[in-house]
Design a protein around this ligand. Structure first.
Ligand code: NAD
Length: 266
């Protein structure tokens, strides 16, 4: 399977190149970078931390899409929306890991998925996919005597908050309670906020150092507290999940898929 990596010089892009190169049955068909990137022209093998492979990072996105069976995209929301439209034009499958997408961005991707297969997940790790299922189950089993709070920490370079994964955990909790997350979410608290409202789902964000990603869903009642935690220590887990998803998309028709579909958890 020929897999193209957009944003190939990024933290995840480099991991993805290496993962594709080391996965049996997969080969790197190309890698793109944004216009003006200092990495344009750098060999993809070198970006992956391996030997040169004779293909360099390019800004010719169209050519990479045309040469690929699937594209893996961990870039930025604006870039991902443009890439999804190109995936429809070139009939290329797409795996999207980009977070921080607005509802409008999500709508663009959804409409593209009517014409080409797209798998999107805010977190491609097997552990977080399972965590979301456990949170949904716990939220369904416990009454709103249990206050749900979601705490996350990431490295200091992360630009969006709360993390896409924290929001996905929030969606799972809301779905377990059969409520709409937007109606109950408390994404920031500052100053005299008043007492916590029963049924709210709260978020707290920590940023610092090189933390790959840590998420805890807390269910706190009077007298007891349950905490479900996932700690990522290596970005490789996201790259492995993304390449697994790209292979899984190989025989799929157009549609919108998530990591639960890929892992057969539904
Ligand atoms: P990063 O800033 O290190 O990398 C992004 C790369 O994309 C950069 O090299 C940038 O130059 C490139 N880029 C931007 N616009 C482009 C364009 N139009 N064409 C080609 N390349 C372009 O960021 P990162 O840490 O690798 O994270 C990227 C995204 O992936 C973020 O949204 C992050 O939250 C998300 N992420 C998701 C998961 C997951 O499992 N879903 C895991 C880790 C990170």
């Amino acid at each position: 399977m020929k897999i193209g990596i957009v944003g190939c010089a990024g933290r995840m892009g480099r991991m993805l190149l290496k993962q594709v190169m080391e996965t049996e049955g997969c080969e790197v068909s190309g890698g793109t970078e944004r216009n003006g990137s200092p990495f344009e022209g750098t060999d993809l093998g070198v970006l992956a931390g391996l030997s040169p492979m004779g293909i360099v990072a390019t800004t010719d996105t169209q050519a990479v899409f045309a040469a690929s069976d699937a594209i893996i995209d961990f870039t930025s929301p604006a870039a991902t929306c443009a890439h999804a439209k190109l995936a429809v034009e070139t009939q290329t499958a797409m795996v999207i890991g980009t977070t921080g997408m607005t509802p409008d961005d999500v709508a663009v991707v959804r409409s593209c998925s009517e014409k080409t297969p797209i798998m999107q997940a805010a977190n491609m790790s097997m552990g977080v996919t399972l965590l979301c299922s456990l949170v949904e189950q716990a939220a369904a089993a416990l009454t709103d005597d249990f206050d749900i709070e979601i705490v996350e920490m990431h490295h200091k370079h992360k630009v969006d908050a709360p993390s896409g994964t924290a929001l996905a955990i929030g969606v799972a909790a809301a779905s377990g309670r059969d409520v709409d997350l937007d109606a109950v979410s408390q994404r920031v608290r500052d100053g005299i906020t008043g007492e916590r409202k029963r049924g709210d789902i709260g978020f707290a964000t920590l940023r610092g150092g090189d933390v790959v990603g840590e998420h805890t869903a807390m269910f706190a009642s009077e007298g007891e507290r349950i905490e479900l935690t996932h700690r990522a220590t290596d970005r490789r887990i996201f790259a492995a999940g993304a390449v697994r998803a790209a292979k899984w998309l190989g025989d799929k028709d157009a549609g919108m898929f998530n990591m639960k579909d890929v892992l057969g958890l539904k």
